[in-house]
Design a binder for this molecule. Sequence first.
Ligand code: FES
Length: 177
Amino acid sequence: MSSPVSVNASAPTGAVAPFRVPAPLAAEIDEVISHYPQKRSASLMVLHALQEHFGYLSKGAIEWTASKLELQPINVYELVTFYPMFRQEAVGKYQLKVCRTLSCALGGSYELHDHLCHKLGLSSHAHGPQTTKDGKVTVEFVECLASCGTAPVMMCNADFYESVSTAKANEILAHCK
Ligand code: FES
């Protein structure tokens, strides 16, 4: 079991507070790593644990992971940027993902995204995830969510919604409080 580990994630241009992992989480991660013959094989599990705790993977979290697994930071960045489930920025308590791939696009997902953005005071033209000023709700387009026959589809955190009409979108938003 290890004590809290920190990595100084300071950028060359200025000091940034070191990234700290609480002792219980560090112990949990050590336990996970111990199940793999090679430390690097635990990379995804470690990243999931850090994201679950902190909400996203900061530069410090990536460097901490690299140090922990005896890798170079670029090895970890490659994973974080390849897998869409990893986030490098904080998101709201409620994360709305709207599918924009062909079936959903034809089924009205752009109109659905417009509607959600309008209701939340966000721009429907912005690229990438957008979060409301109060930090509660994040809206973003994603690629195929594997339910093309029930377009348009969206997710709110782990909940999946099919054939989402404007009225249904309003109901989903009503739960985001
Ligand atoms: S295109 Fe939207 S779920 Fe496949």
